[in-house]
Ligand binder design. Structure first.
Ligand code: BDR
Ligand code: CA
Length: 305
């Protein structure tokens, strides 16, 4: 039986790979895609999600979500994702979103699904937290929460914080306290999914259709990383965990997020060595077979139109 998921995203160059990987994979039943602002403003992330689903020929409903975090405003990252969020690569118009707003759709799905639903967050997790804050009992129908978020060491948006965690730490703290396990694909994990020129060339060489070639065009616009030898494909790691967990090693642990106003805001304290003795509320993905991950990505994206 495919795993029922709701995918919450903010495309975003690496989100584009994640959305298409999810849509291309029979192991997953994508019940809805919900969209937040983040990498760029909500107007763009929403249009990008709609365009990507149309490119894939998918009928999955796309729901408009939060244009700001629970507190303050989203920081955007146009230097990495381009001012339009997809590196300036034009996609055909994807039409209009479903009329139901994201948090309403997430609650409805959790209320009515006959089996527990996995919530996948590859953006600031405002939409997921709003849904669970307004009807906390629905957490009982959450199978798990799989996030690209956080870091056990240094951040990428600040010295302390990873971009998605920094962009709504209050929302992340809601998920960590909801009673369901949270799986973290952190920066340390995604640093093992580097889109090197050789791997991008191998992806292109698979042929495939417009989807595969378009995401390769999008990825080619991502600037060099200051931290790493090549840009990481962060977000599809969260999807790959659900499709092929044998690519990963993982450990259970406790995790918290720093909500203070200073330089540590958004830092995730992922207690891999159980120093706190806190109850375990998380699984941290630690290692990834990078070549296996890119094989999976290529094989799946080549199935799309
Ligand atoms: C995360 O931040 C965004 O820029 C990416 O899409 C990814 O979700 C990486 O820190
Ligand atoms: Ca993202």
């Amino acid at each position: 039986m495919p795993i029922p998921i709701v995918l919450d995203c903010d495309p975003g160059t690496d989100d584009a790979f994640a959305v298409l990987l999810a849509l291309a994979s029979p192991e997953l039943d994508v019940l809805a895609i919900t969209v937040a602002g983040g990498n760029v403003g909500l107007d763009r992330t929403l249009a990008n999600t709609l365009a990507l689903t149309r490119l894939a020929g998918s009928q999955v409903p796309v729901h408009k979500g939060a244009d700001r975090p629970i507190l303050g405003a989203f920081f955007n990252e146009p230097r990495v994702h381009g001012i339009d969020g997809l590196g300036g690569i034009a996609l055909p118009d994807g039409g209009a979103p479903h009329p139901e707003l994201a948090a309403d759709a997430i609650r409805r799905i959790l209320r009515t699904s006959p089996e527990p639903v996995t919530l996948v967050g590859i953006a600031p997790v405002t939409n997921l937290a709003l849904a669970l804050t307004t009807e906390p009992a629905l957490a009982a129908n959450v199978a798990s929460i799989v996030l690209m978020s956080g870091a056990w060491a240094e951040g990428n948006a600040t010295p302390a914080a990873e971009f998605n965690a920094l962009n709504d730490p209050e929302a992340l703290s809601v998920l960590l306290a909801c009673g369901r396990p949270v799986v973290f694909a952190t920066l340390e994990l995604t640093a093992q999914a580097l889109a090197t020129p050789e791997r991008l060339a191998a992806l292109r060489a698979r042929g495939g259709g417009r989807c595969l070639q378009t995401v390769c065009d999008i990825q080619a616009t991502v600037p060099r990383s200051r931290r790493l030898p090549a840009p990481p494909l962060h977000d599809p790691c969260a999807i790959a965990w659900l499709i092929q967990p044998s690519l990963f090693t993982a450990r259970t642990c406790s995790a918290r997020v720093d909500l203070g106003p200073g330089i540590g805001r958004g830092r995730t304290a992922i207690d891999r060595w159980n120093r706190t003795g806190d109850p375990f509320n998380a699984t941290v993905l630690e290692t990834l077979d990078g070549d296996g991950f890119f094989d999976l990505l290529g094989e799946r994206l080549a199935r799309l139109p």
